[in-house]
Design a binder for this molecule. Structure first.
Ligand SMILES: C[S@@+](CC[C@H](N)C(=O)[O-])C[C@H]1O[C@@H](n2cnc3c(N)ncnc32)[C@H](O)[C@@H]1O
Length: 303
């Protein structure tokens, strides 16, 4: 079948809308741009151009996968985060825009650390998006830990790409070039690989979803994509906080305590996690920051 760009987009958006995908036109555009390796503007300015058979067949395959809720970022293997282009696949959580707040607050906290050789740890690094964004913006030694060795492979791949390929940076023209040696990726359970390290800041975006939420979300069409993401990156147990509890317990047992701990949370967990932190670290100060939707998202603990 020979189809123009315009006709292919229309058919694809109809198929996605029928499958109750919430952004059918946007997804149809992104996936065709990806197949043709052209910008969205090109699609509009060449709408009558006829697609080659191989192009259309690849596009149809992607649209069919998307109609089954497979995430766009996994289909294109790209996700932009903090102005950088990250490789993603089913082994890592797709970086979320709200996690940029965690990076912003960590950079702010860093400004108050006088130590020239400051050391930061990113626990539950996944794609490496937090660790790499931080290393790209400040001069600090970064340790990145994950329990998933397949996720660590992706994080290392991203560090290599963002380190060596200037074109990988989507924005941030003035960003310093990242030295790959600035980030050390470690396999392990939470802080275990860093027990004896002196760390100035510990950052963690660990799984915090309630088990029940997962069940409900999988029923609604907008969130069905989540079933394709690694469950080890999402599920936080009955209260959502089982992994964070272990994390703070480990912090209380560290030989050297950091000055700051930053974590991403669900807005319903502010009270319970604050109470737990106060119990474990009684002299700490807790600040809560809201995301763009005015929901509590980041907790900054100062020790
Ligand atoms: C919510 S994802 C965050 C990924 C990435 N930092 C981001 O912000 O997109 C949580 C990550 O924590 C990792 N993880 C889960 N349990 C862990 C544990 N006990 N120790 C270390 N990492 C863990 C998962 O493999 C996953 O990569």
């Amino acid at each position: 079948m020979s189809l123009s760009i315009n006709a292919a987009l229309t058919l694809a958006a109809q198929k996605l809308a029928a499958a109750r995908i919430t952004s059918p036109h946007l997804d149809a555009d992104v996936l065709l741009s990806f197949v043709l390796k052209k910008s969205k503007e090109f699609l509009y300015s060449h709408s009558e151009q006829i697609l080659k058979r191989a192009q259309y067949s690849k596009y149809k395959k992607l649209i069919n996968q998307r109609a089954r809720y497979f995430p766009v970022a996994y289909l294109t293997n790209h996700k932009e985060f903090f102005g950088l282009d990250f490789y993603v696949d089913k082994n890592v959580l797709i970086p979320r825009p709200e996690t940029e707040l965690l990076v912003e607050r960590a950079l702010r906290a860093m400004e108050t650390i006088k130590n020239k050789n400051a050391t930061i740890a990113d626990i539950g690094t996944g794609s490496g998006c937090v660790a790499i964004s931080i290393a790209k913006n400040i001069n600090a030694r970064v340790f990145a830990v994950d329990i998933s060795s397949t996720a660590l492979k992706i994080a290392r791949k991203n560090a290599r790409a963002i380190c060596t390929d200037a074109a990988a940076a989507v924005g941030g023209v003035n960003m310093p070039r990242l030295s790959r040696k600035k980030i050390k990726f470690l396999h392990g359970n939470l802080l275990e690989p860093l027990k004896n390290k002196k760390l100035d800041i510990i950052i963690a975006n660990l799984p915090y979803w309630y088990d029940n939420d997962m069940k409900n979300l999988l029923k609604s069409s907008w969130s069905k994509s989540i079933k394709y993401e690694p469950q080890i990156a999402i599920k936080g147990g009955k209260t959502g906080l089982s992994i964070y509890r272990k994390f703070f317990q480990q912090i209380s047992q560290l030989k050297y305590r950091p000055k700051y701990i930053l974590t991403e949370i669900d807005h319903r967990q502010t009270k319970s996690i604050s109470a737990f932190i106060k119990k474990i670290l009684p002299n700490s100060k807790i600040q809560v920051f809201q995301d763009l939707n005015k929901k509590d998202r980041v907790i900054v603990v100062t020790i």
